[in-house]
Ligand binder design. Structure first.
Ligand SMILES: [Zn+2]
Length: 258
């Protein structure tokens, strides 16, 4: 008998804390998780595994960052009203993040008074923070609903085309099976290939645009960051389409002006 075993990452929810989100550019509630590496048999684990680290996920933008649980006074099981949440979990949040909060105030009030160095760092930062999410996505094949529909379409083709072939050209029915298999496979491969750009368009570009919009970055500033990401061989450098980001930034600028 073939036994599937090995190690896998186990994520255990620890509760909720308040902290600063560099993507939202504001203090936010977070879900805190412990990551362990545990042995599995048929993907079933019985322990929380050896400690690998901790992460926190912003409840607003869903971006995940590394976390250090010892910095929180307490971890609460459920998100509380905001002031209680800060008081109980991270009472020194505003002091601990004072410099960053002052910089964010300047971003909101007058982004063009920032020093060139601060601007570059603030524009570059969200790309680097979202990069692990992009790397993780492209490390393996993922199914989205369009890939699901393509698989369903392939099954329908495999049933319909041979049946049609048997009815129309009974002596060539096996050709119908081959045609259906070819069409179905192409459909699925095509949709898997397209799913990467859908992921970027739906889950990365809007978050990035929301984060960058207050800075009103110029195309030149964005191109400089993209060139750097390409040099560093981040998947983000090749998978992100700048025209899509420009379009979203324009839409958000119109939304906030109107
Ligand atoms: Zn956030």
């Amino acid at each position: 008998m073939f036994i599937v075993w090995g190690r896998k990452l186990v994520y255990r929810k620890l509760g909720h804390v308040a902290d600063f989100c560099p993507i939202c550019r504001k203090p936010r509630p977070f879900a805190l998780q412990r990551i362990g590496s545990a042995g599995h048999v048929y993907y079933i684990t019985v322990s929380q595994g050896e400690l690998v680290g901790y992460e926190r996920t912003c409840l607003k933008c869903q971006t995940t960052f590394n976390a250090e649980p010892t910095q929180y006074a307490k971890v609460v099981p459920k998100p509380l009203p905001w002031n209680d949440m800060v008081r109980q979990t991270f009472p020194t949040l505003h002091e601990a993040w004072a410099d960053r909060l002052a910089l964010e105030q300047q971003v909101r009030d007058n982004p063009h008074t920032l020093s060139a160095q601060d601007r570059h760092a603030l524009i570059r930062n969200p790309f680097l923070l979202l990069s692990p999410k992009v790397e993780k996505r492209f490390a393996s094949t993922h199914m989205d609903k369009e890939v699901g529909f393509a698989l369903l379409g392939a099954v329908v083709l495999l049933i319909a085309v041979p049946a049609l072939a048997r009815a129309v050209v009974p002596d060539q029915a096996e050709v119908g099976v081959l045609v259906a298999m070819g069409l179905g496979a192409s459909l699925v491969v095509w949709q898997i290939a397209m799913s990467g750009s859908r992921f970027m368009r739906r889950q990365v570009v809007p978050v990035l645009a929301q984060c960058l919009q207050p800075l009103q970055p110029t195309p030149g500033e964005l191109q400089a960051v993209m060139a750097e990401l390409k040099t560093l061989k981040h998947k983000m450098g090749s998978k992100l389409k700048l025209p899509e980001l420009y379009a979203q930034l324009k839409m958000k600028a119109r939304g906030s002006a109107g």
